[in-house]
Ligand binder design. Structure first.
Ligand code: NAD
Length: 256
């Protein structure tokens, strides 16, 4: 395996599991995220699986930092085969109280960063005649829930962007797909449980049972391993014709 993967937000939660699974398969990994121990995480996983790693804490709120992140990845590894646009944030509040700054930041990190990163990898992927852009959208890219104006808007946007990139990448062996998980127990959701409890005036236990998992037919959090397995599949050489689509891992939420 002489392939390189950049996974944004890979020093926490879903991204960390994806990066670890790719390292296990022998990919060189560009780790990225704001966690203070990011470099240690990257170094440890690199040693464990004997793969080359890099680390960046580029702030995805700034397009210039995203461009630098991609430049740094290509300079370090001389390639970029897989881009997983995973980093994301959440904020939950009724629309009338939704702070503008929170709205703008969610749109910037969860949606605009996908555009800037994909744009910046494009030339290199074209040169390689190989590219796999995998966007971690959400079931909220396909369905809405109240109090999530920014998140639902951004995640729907990512699914639209995925289709456009797939069309532009066709015949260049650049594919683009979205993965749409239901609830995964990561720091992002643990914080949300607290916010939802406040918004609904409920206990955290009731939020998990009556709000979060209410819409999933399977009343279990989605395992991070299910998401990393799907990501690995989409990255494969043989996945050239799987493009422009969204894969739900949502415990049957959108089946209803
Ligand atoms: P997480 O909070 O564990 O990780 C988010 C990562 O994004 C972290 O590494 C963080 O440092 C990074 N990040 C946040 N803001 C950043 C910024 N400004 N610049 C650079 N990096 C930044 O969250 P997670 O649950 O693992 O979420 C990962 C992705 O999966 C997100 O896009 C999220 O919307 C999506 N998702 C999560 C769930 C869930 O239930 N957890 C469900 C569906 C989709």
């Amino acid at each position: 395996m002489n392939k390189t993967a950049l996974i944004t937000g890979s020093t926490s939660g879903i991204g960390l599991k994806i990066a670890t699974s790719f390292a296990k398969e022998g990919y060189a990994i560009m780790f990225h995220g704001l966690e203070k121990n990011g470099l240690e995480i990257a170094t440890e996983i690199g040693k464990k699986y004997n793969v080359k790693v890099g680390f960046s804490n580029a702030n995805l709120l700034k397009s210039s930092e995203i461009e630098k992140l991609i430049e740094e990845t290509i300079a370090t590894f001389k390639s970029i085969h897989v881009l997983v646009n995973n980093a994301g944030i959440q904020y939950v509040a009724p629309v009338k109280d939704f702070p503008n700054e929170k709205y703008e930041n969610i749109i910037a990190i969860n949606m605009n960063a996908v555009f800037y990163a994909s744009k910046a990898v494009w030339n290199q992927m074209e040169k390689q005649q190989f590219g796999r852009i995998i966007n971690i959208s959400s079931v909220h890219g396909l369905r809405a829930s109240e109090y999530k104006t920014a998140y639902v808007t951004a995640k729907h946007g990512v699914i639209g962007m995925t289709k456009v990139l797939a069309l532009e990448g066709a015949n260049k062996n650049i594919t683009c797909n979205s993965i749409c998980p239901g609830y995964v127990k990561t720091p992002l959701v643990i914080n949300q449980i607290k916010d939802q409890a406040q918004a609904h005036n409920m206990s955290e236990k009731d939020v998990i049972e009556k709000v979060l998992l209410k819409k999933q037919a399977v009343k279990e959090f989605i395992p991070v391993a299910a998401i990393s397995d799907m990501t690995l599949l989409l990255a494969k050489d043989t996945s050239t014709t799987i493009t422009g689509t969204s894969f739900t891992l949502d415990g049957g939420w959108t089946a209803q």
